[in-house]
Write a protein that binds this ligand. Structure first.
Ligand code: SAM
Length: 263
């Protein structure tokens, strides 16, 4: 497992267990490029040649002398830089999933569907070991590339397949947390008591009320505990010369998060 928690920031240039290197961000004003140490990249400001031993805070000029700053990739950057397939979960909702389930180092998580893989990668970066299923083979391939970009290849096992068909092959009580972001989540929730350890959590994210209701009913049916759903919604605040108030931009609904526990 790549140690991506090194407070010195030096770990980002170390080869990963798979022989790859963890990419870094090259930033200048509103331009951001994700690039591996040792690689070259053409930009509209010239060619960036990133040395093998690049470190956070370094300044790298393009061949035209335009300076970029090196920044270590952090969780919210995954949302902006991963190649997108299935709608990725926004950082705020990832925070809710991790906060509500307590995902931490050493946890084993079963996740579906992988989609872009932002949630799976974020949980791995928090220390979990993740098995994630994606039924679209092309999406699964993109997700594997994204895991490499996020430096979590060793911690996220992206499996191609429909999780509903694979459940019987999974070891009973072998997961601490089950995270679902699929329209058919209700039929998977029914298996949660078999898949989860005692005290394990289920987190289901859905943009729609209908599928959320089906999830809640399925969770109650198999007698998961403390089943609760919250709409994930936040008001942004505006601070300007005239005063301070909630933003007049529309309040953004992203989805419903249902949490339940196997006790
Ligand atoms: C909304 S995306 C998931 C996004 C992901 N949570 C992220 O943060 O990037 C949903 C994905 O689930 C996949 N999917 C839907 N039902 C599935 C199933 N039963 N088994 C595996 N994958 C499934 C879809 O193909 C889609 O890519």
């Amino acid at each position: 497992m790549e140690d991506d928690t090194d407070p010195t920031g030096d770990a980002e240039t170390e080869p990963g267990d798979d022989g790859g290197r963890i990419p870094v961000l090259l930033v200048r004003d509103d331009r951001e490029f994700l690039i591996e140490p040792g690689e070259e990249m053409g930009t509209d400001l010239g060619v960036l040649d990133v040395p093998d031993d690049v470190e956070s805070g370094d300044t790298i000029p393009t061949h035209l002398g335009e300076a970029f700053t090196v920044r270590r990739l952090r969780g919210p950057d995954l949302f902006h830089h991963f190649e997108r397939t299935g709608a990725p979960m926004v950082p705020r909702d990832i925070g809710l999933v991790i906060g509500e389930t307590g995902i931490a180092r050493g946890d084993r998580v079963l996740d579906a569907g992988t989609g872009t893989g932002v949630l799976a990668a974020s949980m791995a970066r928090a220390g979990a070991s993740v098995v994630t299923y994606e039924r679209d083979p092309d999406f699964a391939d993109v997700a594997r590339t994204n895991m490499a970009l996020g430096g979590v290849t060793e911690d996220v096992d992206v499996r191609t397949g429909d999780v509903r068909e694979e459940i019987e092959t999974l070891e009973p009580s072998s997961f601490d947390v089950l995270t679902l972001d699929t329209g058919d989540a209700a039929s998977i929730v029914s298996h949660a008591p078999d898949l989860l350890v005692e005290g394990g959590f289920v987190a289901v994210y859905s943009p729609f009320i209908e599928s959320t209701r089906a999830v809640v009913e399925a969770a109650r049916e198999v007698e998961l505990s403390n089943v609760r759903t919250r709409e994930t919604i936040q008001r942004e605040m505006q601070f300007d010369d005239r005063g301070s108030r909630p933003s007049t931009a529309p309040v953004g609904h992203t989805g419903y998060l249902t949490i339940a526990r196997n006790v």
